[in-house]
Design a protein around this ligand. Structure first.
Ligand code: ZN
Ligand code: ZN
Ligand code: ZN
Length: 369
């Protein structure tokens, strides 16, 4: 997969047209997924200003710290004018200079640091500040075939790690010890960074975002393992499986795990263009509620994924936007019984023109090690 396919050069002009249509004079994009989406540049986020100034009319300018000019020039698709600033100088006048007169409204990348938001407000005192997401969300929400391929590559890589779990997950080892082995395997499978490793055994499994702890894993305890990383492409993996190691699961576990497994499958099967994010959420929630575990499924069913780990679309009550071909998101219902244990099953899927493609393909049944 060439970088031109993954980061096609025409995105800047598409973003410029959308910026004009939204009534913004320019987008101001500091390091993060928006900048990478438009240019392929995986810029370092730091206290020194890196900012793509993308006027609705006129040429874009990439402002970078002088020491990062070589990295910016090496990026796949930064065929834009680069202006650098040496340490000890104020870079914000360069933003003003990159604009054709004072703007009335600018769109700031959604996750910009507050110190840059305020410095840009001071440098452009007449400009209303809005979110660049108003413009870029629509471009990013449907993945191109090259992006789907990059997400599939990430899904295959994280699947390899799950398939190796028996090498590490054993009673008596702590969650932290197991997580360290998993993190090394996430890198070995081709990720350039490890984004998160949740190893939640026994009662810790009832906390969806537990992380890890120094508690040893008990024989037969259900263990929720939710892991993900970023590939060199910039695209991310995120996959949860639930395991039992070294003994049979507690008597009260298999019943609700079976409910969860059916619910997750039903929600995946429900995905097709035209159903809304709320309907996809309900497809996972209804069987769990019918079995009496409704309140124990205490989060939304899924989140979009791409250059960010969590992005649009969200599968959640109230999201009445229909799914469309190319949208990629997680389907990850969970059941969490406080003080006892929990379970979650998570696959990344892509909505296709007539249904769904799973990007995580390892078995979702309870895995006994
Ligand atoms: Zn989560
Ligand atoms: Zn996850
Ligand atoms: Zn997730």
């Amino acid at each position: 997969m060439g970088t031109d396919e993954l980061y096609p050069p025409d995105r800047l002009s598409a973003a410029r047209r959308a910026t004009a249509a939204a009534g913004l004079d320019a987008l101001l994009l500091t390091p993060g997924s928006d900048l990478r989406y438009l240019t392929g540049y995986d810029a370092h986020a730091g206290e020194r200003l890196t900012c793509l100034v993308l006027p609705a009319e006129g040429e874009p300018t990439l402002i970078v710290p002088r020491l990062e000019r070589p990295a910016a020039e090496a990026a796949p698709n930064t065929g834009v004018r680069i202006v650098d600033h040496p340490d000890g100088t104020d870079p914000y006048p360069l933003v003003v200079a990159a604009l054709d007169g004072p703007p009335a409204a600018v769109g700031l990348t959604d996750r910009m640091w507050a110190e840059q938001v305020l410095a840009l407000r001071a440098a452009l005192p007449g400009a209303a500040q809005r979110l660049a997401g108003e413009v870029l969300r629509e471009l990013r929400i449907r993945k191109s075939p090259a992006e789907v391929a990059a997400l599939a590559e990430a899904g295959a890589a994280i699947g390899e790690v799950h398939l190796r779990m028996g090498e590490w997950l054993r009673p008596g080892r702590t969650e932290v010890e197991v997580a360290a082995d998993i993190a090394a395997a996430i890198r070995a499978a081709g990720h350039v960074s490890v984004d998160f490793v949740i190893v939640a055994a026994g009662p810790n499994g009832a906390s969806p975002h537990h992380g890890t702890s120094g508690r040893p894993i008990g024989a037969g305890e259900p263990v929720v393992v939710d892991i993900g990383g970023t590939m060199a492409s910039g695209y991310r993996s995120d996959c949860t499986r639930t395991y039992v190691a070294g003994g049979p699961a507690p008597a009260d576990f298999p019943d609700y795990y079976a409910v969860l497994c059916d619910a997750q499958r039903a929600a995946v099967a429900a995905v097709r263009p035209g159903i809304t994010g709320a309907q996809a959420d309900a497809a996972a929630r209804e069987p769990i509620a019918a079995a009496g575990y409704g309140p124990a499924f205490l989060h939304r069913t899924g989140h979009g994924i791409g250059l960010d780990g969590h992005e649009e679309p969200y599968l959640v009550a109230g999201n009445d936007r229909p799914l469309e071909a190319g949208m990629a998101f997680s389907i990850e219902p969970g059941i969490y019984l406080s003080g006892r244990h929990g379970a979650r099953i998570e696959d990344i899927v892509v909505c296709t023109t007539d249904g769904v493609q799973r990007l995580n393909t390892t078995p979702t049944e309870l895995i006994a090690l």
